[in-house]
Design a protein around this ligand. Structure first.
Ligand code: ATP
Ligand code: MG
Length: 392
């Protein structure tokens, strides 16, 4: 008899007709994750996903930790197994849930019985186990309406299981259930967080990074690869598109007024991101922009950036405070890498007095000095691709 993990599906249970597709995606994401840890049976019954180790050697703790990062799971519980006998169930509940019971203000027992040959009904099991637990923990009253702790008993084909307080899961929707998008990934604090947030909505992401060697170093590139690697825990395996950006930046520096430098550079980023999106079936561009944070993140500046693409730009951080963003960065484990001191291409040739309220017409006028199409095509033709794999 082996312990197992029970997963409660999140929002996908609301999805009506699409439910089946969402659930299949979730199951395949879970299986991909667990493949790296060991041999597990994964299947779902009525919005609960069962994860059963196939041998005694599987590392259930590692599986539990990994599953906490899978989007589409609302809650996780680890269930302890015992023989299908009412007193074995009581003994297990007393020992396995001793801490939970000691801390509870009230409790009730809920039983699910998928083995219909078991000699007691669900209600009888709940009453029996509840009575025995009451005797063992006399300070914890039974409260069937609003219990502080619900003790779950499941009688299944090969064993009975006991579990109680679930752990919160990653929430969101299974990655891949909501299409694909480009995510613009710099080495900063913000864009790994925006990537995480859109992955959480079930979107499969392709990170795009603009790289200005030798103005930005090889280490700056490694940093971005490392950030993407950390994000695979949430996003799954990804292919990063690294775009050579040096020539474009030099052209802008040489041919455009300094105050427009950042604005025009960002328009190039969007154009290139759009081309990569088209080649990969992506339907949006995700950025870590945050209203008012820097000169290029005023509404006027964003209008000029966004006017070069017909794709929606998704900016999940737009209304957040830096503190809130940092809290998420720490939680997902990207913060300490993000603060490594390597320059980003955005800080190369930064204007001393950037234009904060440009009109689109004036930016277009300034841009006429450049052969936009040729520069975009050349950069796209020289993209380098780096794969970051889940579990490496
Ligand atoms: P971050 O912390 O994500 O770098 P930021 O606050 O520094 O963001 P900007 O430098 O203005 O803001 O960049 C805004 C957004 O543009 C970033 O969040 C990111 O999505 C994208 N971006 C900036 N630089 C790059 C780059 N070198 N490669 C890819 N995307 C970039
Ligand atoms: Mg930045």
């Amino acid at each position: 008899m082996r312990d197992m993990i029970l997963l409660k599906q999140g929002e996908i249970v609301l999805k009506g007709l699409n439910k089946r597709t969402f659930e299949q995606k979730l199951l395949s994401n879970i299986r991909n994750r667990l493949k790296l840890i060991g041999d597990f049976n994964v299947y779902s019954v009525q919005s609960t996903v069962y994860v059963e180790p196939k041998t005694d050697d599987e590392d259930l703790d590692a599986a539990f930790e990994a599953l906490k990062k899978v989007f589409g799971i609302a809650k996780l519980s680890r269930a302890a197994a015992c023989e299908k006998d009412k007193d074995a169930i009581v003994a297990l509940a007393k020992s396995y849930l001793a801490d939970d019971m000691a801390a509870a203000k009230s409790f009730k027992v809920e039983t699910k019985r998928s083995d219909k040959a078991f000699p007691m009904t669900s209600i009888e099991v709940s009453q029996y186990v509840g009575g025995e637990l009451s005797e063992a923990f006399p300070h914890v009253p039974v409260d069937v309406r609003n219990p502080d702790l619900v003790v779950h008993v499941e009688i299944r084909d090969y064993a009975a299981y006991v579990h109680a307080q679930p752990t919160p899961g990653a929430g969101g929707m299974p990655v891949g259930s909501n299409g694909r998008a480009i995510t613009m990934l710099s080495g900063g604090i913000d864009s790994p967080v925006s990537t995480y947030m859109i992955a959480k909505r079930g979107v499969k992401l392709i990170p795009v990074h603009f790289f200005s060697f030798p103005y930005t170093s090889e280490l700056a590139k490694q940093k971005v690869i490392e950030l993407a690697q950390i994000l695979t825990d949430y996003c799954g395996t990804m292919m990063i598109e690294i775009v050579p950006f040096t020539k474009i930046q030099e052209e802008i520096r040489d041919k455009c007024p300094e105050e427009y430098f950042t604005l025009i550079m960002r328009r190039f980023m969007m154009r290139i991101a759009t081309k990569i999106a088209e080649a990969n079936g992506c339907k949006a561009i995700v950025t870590g922009e945050n209203l008012g944070q820097v000169a290029s993140q005023t509404m006027e500046a964003m209008a000029s950036t966004q006017s070069v693409t017909y794709l929606p730009t998704l900016q999940p951080l737009i209304g957040m405070d830096k503190e809130e963003i940092v809290t998420i960065a720490r939680k997902i484990g990207t913060f300490s890498t993000s603060i490594l001191p390597y320059e980003d291409c955005c800080t190369v040739f930064t204007p001393r007095h950037p234009k904060t309220k440009p009109t689109i017409a004036e930016v277009e006028e300034v841009e006429k000095a450049l052969d936009v199409e040729a520069l975009v095509n050349e950069a796209v033709a020289n993209i380098e691709r780096v794969k970051v794999k889940l579990g490496e």
